[in-house]
Design a protein around this ligand. Structure first.
Ligand code: ADP
Ligand code: MG
Length: 763
């Protein structure tokens, strides 16, 4: 809320600034307008003065040139019109002044206006010049007229003089002629008179001549004067013409002036309109903006109003929080103290409970081990299952492919075989009919697999003639995996479940025994024959130097290992089916565990063995390598049977060394180990004799007892591969310090060891 208030305050300030800016703009525009109007006023004033002058000049010119009344009237009306125009201009000016309150944002016509004004002033100057010229010409005309009037006057005077002279002379002529006539009437006298007259007449004649010549001269002079007058008149006419021309020019100028004036007025008007429009636009824009600003302001105000209560509550909250914060350290200290006390108490309680639990756990472990041992003892260390595969296409058709195996619906341990018309019954620990799924089979096996986690050694063998389903049971198909993959998956999930207390490492080796030669299927050189050696630490354990061991952590890892082993096996033989049926395939899973709370270490081995085909080849007359293979297979399988028999009958000597297989699995067959023999049989009629053999083998093996189960657990460290390979016996774990050796020729030796331990313990 505070943030939004601050934001609103900022917004308000911003808007106020904008408002101030707009106001400044307005005042600037007003100033502009004022100066503009002042300028216009001064222009109007000068125009007024000029107009007055012009009117005076025109009236003067008119009076000088003797303009008619009509012209005068015209000029007066013109003058009047101009005055009215001027008034209109003034009115407009006033209007402009009134509108000064309204701002003009940017008068773009100002420049145009000034240009027009310049034009106008130019035109006015021209008119002025023309007027000056006109005045000059008028002056000249005036002077000439004056001179003309003088000349005329002089001419009149001289004419009057001449007329007087003429009159005087004609009077004298008349007088003379009268005298002459009277004299003629008086001849004597006349003669005399004539004579005198003649004398006098000569004089008169001379005078006449003189006056005539003078007259002549005067007449010449008059002619001349007339000529001059004519010229003068001509000049006057010309002048008048010029005057008329000039007047017309003046008129033209005036018209032009008027037009320019009109144009100027029009433009001024247009500009005025433009200005008004711009002003209006600016005004409306400003109004809209103002409105928006007002609205914003109103919004801000309402916001402020709504925010105030929130602020009040916030302040209140803040104050109460402040109080709480002030009180908090004390409270915290108190709470911490009490919490500490509670926690230490709880820890104490937990510790005692833990101790109690650990004690119970250990007791439980012992109990479980005891129970397990009891169970195994009851069930027997060697368990034998039978699995009958379904009849397949490979069995063919007809009586040979007929089913020879039947089951007991009420007893899943019994199996009946019809052999040569006789029914033979067998009792095993469990019988899986053809319809039993991989899953069901594994359910019966999984207890064995998990006991491996507890440190027991386990062997699971698939025994039977070729094609009876050994590989199917152990490996299975990709879609329906067998015991191998399921066992590893189960181990992973079990190990995960115990991860809270235990650290487990699961590793895998894969080997093959063919013709009594042991080969590493995961090694880089699968051809190499491996040896089984006694552990140099004196523990009596066996190990295979060079046997590859892969640490696996997921199902993907196992799949990779299987694939790798398979590839190795395939590349080493030409016919895998035949080869695999004549060799034993071993998958050895080692599970090493460490109980973090007790330091107890366990190691369990799970041996999953797909045995070679148990069919008796020798009888069918095999030769060469095939015979050798068959001999090796027979040897190793009967050695397995012998070992189990020796163990069952608790013989002092168990012939583990009679075959590579039994020697290798010595650890996992003797003493505390558990063995499962899965006897695979075919139900087909044609296989009954082999089925009979397999079932007999199963029955024989089933009755063998292994020694009491003990757990291979130790508090000291489990010897690693390096230690096993090292030859110093000093580093070996000493039996008796929690380690129970599984090595020894069977049950008796372990019993002896246990008695010895008891004696040592009792001192
Ligand atoms: P072996 O390994 O003993 O020589 P296989 O496991 O190769 O025999 O089995 C031979 C054939 O029988 C194979 O095609 C296999 O898929 C089939 N088969 C074996 N057991 C079963 C079974 N339980 N269900 C279905 N098919 C089986
Ligand atoms: Mg097979």
């Amino acid at each position: 809320v505070m943030a939004s208030m601050a934001h609103l305050q900022e917004e308000k300030l911003r808007l106020q600034e904008e408002l101030l800016e707009l106001r400044e703009k307005l005042t600037a525009q007003e100033k502009n307008k004022l100066s503009h109007s002042l300028q216009l006023q001064s222009q109007v004033d000068t125009l007024k003065a000029k107009l007055l002058e012009q009117a005076q000049e025109i009236s003067r010119l008119h009076s000088e040139l003797g303009g008619t009344d009509v012209e005068k009237d015209l000029l007066v009306t013109e003058n009047e019109r101009l005055r009215q125009e001027m008034k209109a201009c003034e009115g407009e000016l006033q209007e402009l002044r009134r509108q000064q309150q309204v701002p003009c944002q940017d008068c773009i016509h100002l420049q145009e206006n000034t240009e027009l004004q310049e034009q106008l002033s130019q035109l006015q100057q021209e008119a002025e010049e023309t007027r000056a010229k006109l005045a000059e010409l008028d002056l000249e005309v005036q002077q000439k007229t004056n001179r003309l009037a003088e000349v005329e006057l002089r001419l009149k005077d001289s004419l009057a003089e001449r007329a007087e002279e003429e009159e005087r002379l004609s009077r004298r002529l008349r007088d003379s002629q009268e005298t002459i006539a009277s004299l003629k009437s008086q001849p004597q006298q006349i003669k005399y008179i004539i004579k005198t007259v003649e004398v006098e007449s000569a004089k008169a004649k001379q005078a006449l001549c003189e006056s005539q010549s003078r007259n002549q001269y005067l007449q010449e002079q008059v002619g001349m004067q007339r000529q001059v007058l004519k010229e003068m008149e001509q000049q006057l006419q010309n002048s008048q013409k010029t005057v008329a021309q000039l007047r017309a020019q003046i008129m033209m100028y005036e018209a032009e002036l008027e037009r320019a004036h009109g144009q100027m007025l029009e433009e001024m008007q247009a500009m005025e309109e433009e200005k008004n429009r711009a002003i209006e636009e600016a005004f409306s824009r400003a109004q809209v903006e103002m409105k928006a600003v007002h609205e914003n302001l109103a919004g801000v105000r309402t916001n402020l109003l709504t925010l105030q209560p929130a602020l009040r509550t916030l302040t209140h909250d803040y104050n109460s929080l402040k109080c709480q914060v002030r009180d908090f350290p004390l409270l915290l200290q108190e709470t911490l103290q009490s919490a500490r006390a509670e926690i230490s108490q709880a820890i104490e309680e937990v510790n005692t409970t833990n101790r109690e639990l650990l004690r119970k756990y250990r007791r439980e472990l012992q109990l479980r081990k005891k129970c397990h041992n009891e169970l195994v003892r009851l069930k027997g260390n060697i368990r034998v299952f039978g699995r009958v595969r379904p009849i397949t296409k490979e069995d063919g058709e007809g009586p040979e492919a007929a089913n020879a195996v039947t089951f007991d619906d009420d007893d899943d341990t019994v199996l009946h075989l019809l052999h040569k018309g006789k029914q033979v019954s067998f009792e095993l620990d469990k019988v899986f009919p053809p319809k039993a799924s991989q899953e069901e089979v594994f359910q019966e096996v999984q207890a064995l697999v998990t006991s491996c986690i507890d440190g027991y050694n386990v062997c699971i063998f698939a025994y039977g003639q070729t094609g009876a389903g050994k590989t199917y049971t152990m490996e299975g198909t990709a879609a329906n995996p067998g015991i191998n993959q399921r066992a590893l998956q189960l181990l992973f999930s079990e190990v995960r479940g115990k991860a809270a207390d235990w650290d487990y490492a699961i590793s895998v080796s894969a080997a093959e025994i063919y013709n009594e030669a042991l080969r590493d299927l995961l090694g880089k050189e699968p051809q190499e024959k491996l040896e089984i050696k006694l552990c140099p630490n004196g523990s009596g354990q066996l190990y295979v130097p060079g046997l590859t061991e892969f640490r696996v952590q997921s199902v993907e890892d196992i799949n990779k290992v299987f694939e790798f082993g398979h590839v190795n096996r395939v590349t080493e033989c030409t016919n895998l089916n035949e080869h695999s049926s004549r060799s034993h395939a071993l998958l050895i899973v080692t599970v090493r565990g460490l109980d973090r709370s007790t330091g107890l270490r366990t190691t369990g081995k799970l041996n999953l063995v797909d045995l070679a085909g148990s069919e008796r080849v020798g009888r069918s007359g095999a030769e060469g390598s095939r015979l050798r293979e068959a001999q090796h297979i027979n040897k190793s399988l009967s050695a397995l049977g012998d070992v189990i028999y020796a163990l069952r009958s608790r013989q002092a000597h168990v012939p583990f060394r009679n075959s590579k297989l039994t020697y290798l699995l010595q650890d996992s067959l003797s003493g505390d180990s558990k063995t499962l023999m899965m006897v695979q049989v075919s139900p087909a009629e044609k296989n009954t004799s082999e089925t009979l053999c397999s079932l007999k083998f199963a029955e024989r093996v089933r009755s063998v007892e292994l020694g009491p189960v003990s757990r291979k657990a130790e508090l000291a460290s489990w010897p690693s591969q390096e230690q096993l390979e090292g030859d110093s016996p000093g580093t070996a774990t000493t039996p008796g310090r929690g380690h129970v050796s599984s090595i020894g020729p069977g049950h008796l030796s372990s019993r002896v060891a246990s008695i010895r331990r008891k004696l040592q313990a009792s001192g």
